[in-house]
Design a binder for this molecule. Structure first.
Ligand code: 13P
Length: 249
């Protein structure tokens, strides 16, 4: 069975709750699709407004981060229960900006992935290499390590439902998209790594996205690749262009 495409927006630190209502209402008709699954990952404080505005549409809502403890003295953090109770069903884990600015590691990513599954949230697990690593020729080794650690103790049934987003750091917010061949090479290697960790069934079921300067002009070529099951979109997810990315065909 062919995998469904998943196009997710990552709003990053943009939009107030009031602006969220407006933006979801603007994008709602544009992202309507029977073929593609659509997720808006929004700042935690915007989740209730996004859920409310998205009611009755095909849009699912996700968080951009989550803590790996249940509750307690962790000032400023957001728990899995809080996200679930707000109506979100996805959560981005280990985005490169979280790793760079907020000291997240492969180990904390793994803890968060396990916690997300425990609470029935679908994790969008991010991986990606820096420009320096690409130039050193260690991209595939690096990504394999990130994936292997992220999936420690994740069961095969859970892994089938996971989403992996391959986001080369040098392509994020730079307008410098990976070529579709570069993106496919790594997404294919990620699927092979999942096959080694689990089996062919899990590798065929898991969703692998590409992210990094995806826009209305390059989405069709990227998403046509056999191992690229859609995209994680930053800047362009805040614009009407997002509708064109979802309806890329
Ligand atoms: P851009 O699409 O703005 O490059 O951001 C990609 C990204 O980081 C999505 O998570």
């Amino acid at each position: 069975m062919a995998r469904r495409k998943l196009v997710a927006g990552n709003w990053k630190m943009n939009m107030t709750p009031t602006q969220t209502t407006e933006l979801v209402n603007t994008l709602k008709p544009l992202v309507a699709s029977d073929d593609v699954d659509v997720v808006f990952c929004v700042p935690a404080i915007d989740i209730p407004a996004a859920v409310e505005a998205a009611k009755g549409s095909n849009i699912k809502i996700g968080a951009e981060n989550m803590y790996f403890e249940e509750k307690g003295a962790f000032t400023g953090e957001i728990s899995p229960d809080m996200i679930v109770d707000s109506g979100a069903t996805y959560v981005i884990i280990g985005h490169s900006e979280r790793r760079e600015y907020f000291a997240e590691t492969d180990e904390t990513v793994n803890k968060k992935v396990l916690k997300a599954f425990e609470h029935g949230l679908t994790p969008i697990i991010c991986c990606g290499e820096s420009l320096k690593q690409r130039e050193q020729g260690i991209t595939i080794d690096w990504i394999r390590q990130q994936i292997k650690i992220a999936f420690i103790d994740v069961t095969a049934d859970q892994a089938k439902k996971a989403v992996i987003a391959y986001e080369p750091i040098w392509a994020i917010g730079t307008g410098k998209t990976a070529t579709s061949d570069q993106a496919e090479e790594v997404c294919c290697a990620i699927r092979a790594c999942i096959r080694e960790l689990y089996d062919a069934d899990v590798a065929e079921a898991i969703t692998i996205q590409y992210g990094g300067s995806v826009n209305a002009g390059n989405a069709a070529e990227l998403f046509a690749k056999p191992d690229i099951d859609g995209g994680l979109v930053g800047g362009a997810s805040l614009k009407p262009d997002f509708g064109k990315i979802v309806n890329y065909k």
